[in-house]
Ligand binder design. Sequence first.
Ligand code: DQA
Length: 148
Amino acid sequence: MKILIINGPNLNMLGKREPEHYGKETLEDINKEIKEKAKSLKNIRDVDFAQSNSEGEIIDFIQDAKINGVSGIILNAGAFTHYSYAIRDAVKSIDIPVIETHLSNLYRREEFRHKSVLADACEGQISGFGKYSYILALQYFDMLNIYL
Ligand code: DQA
């Protein structure tokens, strides 16, 4: 099973950006750890990573997932989570399961972050476990393959 991890706007700034919310590691550090973890999950064959600050490009990653052989998407859409109906529509347009993922716990933060326009279009939401949010989502996909 190949999994695609999509990170949205400003997540390329991890390590420098608000470390009290997002930690001190860079996106590259986190992706390296995810890749390593994936090796121990027997149903995960490969993990691809994509990052963009642009809404349209994120939509293209979602639309192209199928032709690229992706079976599951882990999506941290950053601030787009809270208002992008276009990304929501893209998630709804594909038949690949998507897990909404966040480093920080949205519900401990400003009120505008409590609303996700993606949540009900996704399989589920993982929020608040730092880099482990991605790893938990990956473990879910690994188990899903067993239980199907
Ligand atoms: C985030 C939370 C969003 O509210 C914020 O805009 C981000 C990061 C997270 O991973 O905690 O950019 O998605």
